[in-house]
Design a protein around this ligand. Structure first.
Ligand SMILES: Nc1ncnc2c1ncn2[C@@H]1O[C@H](COP(=O)(O)OP(=O)(O)OP(=O)(O)O)[C@@H](O)[C@H]1O
Ligand SMILES: [Mg+2]
Length: 390
């Protein structure tokens, strides 16, 4: 069965409310939500994994500002809906401005469903033909749960063992320490990237990453906490789009907050690793975070739960946590002295102690969240083997 088409409604015009209700009743699309004001829909637009936005307007000419406001949050296709014949004149400008379609009301419901399906299909086609690295986001709603340890080691393993072009992106924008955890002192950071003039492309991105000796690229967090506020959502959207075309995997370290850049990242996340711990305050926050993810309509199938420090005897077990949160923990990582030692030496545990239980746990995560070898590399290796045998 094809994946459900997730739609969000914004704006207003005569007949739009009735249309939204009729579309919802068809059962052919999933209505994620609606808001008459684009400004009031920032969170679901950015984090809702939307396939299409249907925006209604009362403007007589092309509503450039309204479309731009939507584009601040999402690259999903936009279909404009308007009532009144003067709106017919918007079509040309709309198509020039990257709007998928313009529909004048009244319309038969199935015509609108058809337009939505078409717009969503074209976008999915484009996404599957373009190179698209996997975005793996490591999140926990509590500080100190192990986000940085997990993201740095996962990224290192993907780059070193699997030879994947991997970017470690530190979105713990105020106090990020992913580069330091791997012994890299960044000379440029995401802050320098976002304040640099000009359009972002792969070449420009390459100029701002730091290289780790294992082959991993790191885009470090700003050096000063106050610089974090310049790393706004729209910059992170552009960054992730470019990174996906340049890398096979983008591993994102995060802070324990759902701020704008985090919502933009969630919208582009293929695998969300939620870190849990065996303590009640962390579990309370995980429960709240899951409610927020549900509110944002983040697809539950993309969430994997990782229990960190499992061997600690603290009167709470992974099974009890599973029962309490009503989720299945996919991976368990033990407390391992090697982790602390490696962090203090600025090393990745997966390189310094690859046989440790912690490293084995990271390898299990890597196997699930990112395919071992990108197809292009497999072909290359096959060719080399047949060449060696000849
Ligand atoms: N499985 C583990 N075994 C031993 N030590 C661990 C383990 N997981 C994390 N630690 C230690 O716990 C500390 C906190 O981990 P880490 O910095 O990865 O957490 P974080 O979630 O990124 O924190 P913050 O929210 O402050 O960024 C580190 O010193 C790390 O070495
Ligand atoms: Mg951290």
């Amino acid at each position: 069965m094809s994946e459900a088409i997730r739609v969000y409604f914004t704006g207003e015009c005569d007949g739009f409310e009735a249309l939204c209700g009729a579309l919802d009743e068809t059962g052919e699309i999933v209505v994620v939500g609606s808001s008459t004001e684009v400004a009031g829909a920032a969170a679901p637009l950015a984090g809702g994994h939307l396939d299409c936005i249907v925006h209604a307007t009362r403007a007589a000419s092309f509503p450039a500002a309204e479309v731009a406001a939507i584009r601040e949050h999402t690259r999903a296709p936009v279909i404009l809906v308007a009532s009144g014949s003067e709106a017919a004149g918007m079509l040309e400008q709309a198509l020039e401005m990257d709007v998928a379609d313009v529909l004048l009301l009244p319309q038969l419901t199935h015509n609108v469903v058809f337009a939505i399906r078409k717009a969503a299909h074209v976008r999915r086609q484009l996404q599957t033909t373009a190179h698209r690295g996997r975005v793996i986001t490591v999140f926990s709603p509590k500080g100190g749960t192990g986000k940085t340890v997990v993201s740095t080691n996962l990224a290192t393993l993907l780059a070193k063992r699997d030879g994947m072009r991997t970017l470690l992106l530190d979105l713990d924008l105020q106090f990020g320490d992913a580069a330091i955890a791997l012994g890299v002192e960044p000379d440029k950071t995401i802050y320098d990237l976002v304040v640099a003039p000009g359009e972002l492309d792969s070449e420009k991105l390459a100029g701002y990453v730091c290289k780790h000796k294992c082959g991993l690229d790191i885009l470090a967090a700003p050096l000063r906490p106050e610089d974090a506020e310049l790393v706004i959502e729209s910059k992170v959207i552009a960054l992730l789009e470019v990174a996906r075309s340049s890398y096979d995997a983008i591993v994102v370290d995060t802070s324990p907050f759902f701020h704008g850049p985090m919502l933009a990242t969630l919208d582009r996340t293929d695998e969300l690793l939620v870190l849990c711990g065996l303590d009640v305050p962390t579990l309370k926050n995980v429960r709240l975070a899951l409610q927020t993810l549900e509110m944002l309509s983040f697809p539950a199938g993309r969430i994997r739960y990782v229990m960190n420090r499992t061997n600690a005897n603290v009167g709470l077990s992974t099974r009890e946590v599973e029962a309490g949160l009503k989720v299945k923990v996919g991976f368990e990582l033990p407390t391992d002295r090697a982790v602390q030692l490696a962090v203090n030496r600025g090393e990745a545990v997966v390189l310094s102690e690859p046989r440790s239980e912690f490293s084995k746990g990271i390898a299990a995560i890597a196997k699930q969240v990112a395919p071992a070898t990108p197809p292009a590399k497999k072909v290359e290796r096959k060719r080399l083997l047949s060449f060696a045998r000849a």
